[in-house]
Write a protein that binds this ligand. Structure first.
Ligand code: ATP
Length: 359
């Protein structure tokens, strides 16, 4: 098992593109760390530098405290799982899984034992003699995992390993992957553009944009206290509502009404951007226990999405689209006014100039 540290790591491609800019990252032994961000933010490049598949322009990469910038990929003792699985179509599952061990001249009996054990863990025992073409997408994905597991590496690196699966299987494999990683306790760095995957799998999540880590935190902290407006919008689906507001005389002036300043109230007077999660709104008719001092206001939804027990009611406020997560019992309907009440206690305030969280 291993720790992985990046100190000021930068990647500049020969054409001058700076894909990763001086990032610092500390992956603890046994941790499941996620790199997440929109397309082109540099997450794959960061992972490939850890794997040794891409050179490091600047900075230092340490595995188990040792500098490995110049070490060949095969000598880093880490296993990579790709989106494409990269299985050999002409080989059986057994041979696909054992191939790297055979190459490393591992004794035959040990290869067989390790493959059997991985197949047991991954529920592939009945499929060892099949070819990849005879497997479902989810089974192929597990073979790709098995190939990484049999090597018993110090760490796993995974690049969108679930993205080729259909939505239902992806959710199922996500849960299996989380269980497996916890059981094996192997340090894992996992790249995805899907914030739901990031939030459900990660012990900690690094949110990247334009080659820079915007915030590195637990999923709960990213959700509750986004470091800036980019993270606020990226984490959570639907994203955080943002509205213009101002602070004066210890009061937060929102388009819905005035509320006490959230947090410790230590925000200077002036314009701010307020971030409100969809679940901070509630249908007033159902909010019997709501503080009578909380703002109440009417909206007319222009779109209502039903997601089982909840509804997402989208509405316009001075040209901005906002969304409230309401109980299905609210019976919110498109075009029909509904009164909402806002719980201001978890509102986040951001600097309108640079988007940073003011807390
Ligand atoms: P995606 O989710 O689309 O895979 P990503 O976040 O993984 O994106 P990278 O693949 O790391 O992003 O790319 C980061 C930036 O570096 C992008 O602007 C990309 O165009 C650029 N880039 C990637 N590979 C090269 C290369 N070989 N030469 C020049 N620029 C590159």
């Amino acid at each position: 098992m291993a720790t992985i540290e990046l100190h000021g790591v930068t990647k500049r491609y020969p054409d001058g593109t700076e894909a990763v800019r001086a990032i610092d990252l500390d992956v603890a032994d046994g941790e499941f760390l996620i790199l997440v961000g929109p397309s082109g933010c540099g997450k794959t490049t960061a992972l490939r530098m850890i794997a040794g598949l891409e050179s490091i322009t600047d900075g230092e990469l340490r595995i188990d405290g040792e500098r490995v910038n110049e070490r060949a990929p095969k000598d880093r003792d880490i296993a990579m799982v790709f989106q494409s699985y990269a299985l050999y179509p002409h080989m059986s599952v057994r041979d696909n899984m054992g191939f790297a061990l055979q190459l490393a001249k591992t004794p035959k009996a040990e290869v067989a034992a390790r493959v059997e054990e991985a197949a047991r863990v991954l529920d592939l025992t009945g499929h060892l003699d099949r070819k990849p073409g005879q497997l479902s997408g989810g089974q192929r994905q597990r073979v790709a995992m098995g190939r990484a597991i049999v090597r018993q590496p110090k760490a796993f690196l995974m690049d969108e390993p679930l993205s080729n699966l259909d939505a239902k299987l992806r959710v199922q494999m996500r849960a299996e992957l989380a269980r497996l990683q916890h059981r094996l306790g192997t340090t894992t760095v996992y790249v995805t553009h899907d914030q739901v995957e990031a939030m459900t799998l990660g012990d900690r999540v690094a949110v990247m944009r334009d080659g820079v880590i915007q915030q590195l935190d637990t999923p709960a902290a990213l959700y509750e206290r986004p470091a800036n407006l980019f993270v606020a919008g990226f984490i959570g689906a639907p994203g955080m509502n943002v509205v213009e507001a101002s602070v004066a005389d210890g009061v937060l002036r929102l388009p819905f009404g005035d509320v006490a300043l959230p947090g410790d109230g230590d925000v200077p007077a002036g314009d701010v951007v307020a971030g409100i999660r969809p679940e901070q709104f509630e249908a007033a008719a159902l909010a019997r226990g709501a503080d009578p001092g909380h703002p109440r206001f009417r909206i007319v939804p222009d779109l209502v999405e039903s997601v089982g027990s909840d509804l997402y009611a989208y509405f316009d406020l001075d040209g901005r689209q906002l969304v409230a997560r309401l109980d299905v019992e609210s019976r919110a309907r498109v075009g029909e006014a509904v009164e909402l009440v806002l719980d201001p206690s978890r509102i986040q305030l951001f600097n309108p100039a640079d988007g940073r969280n003011l807390a």
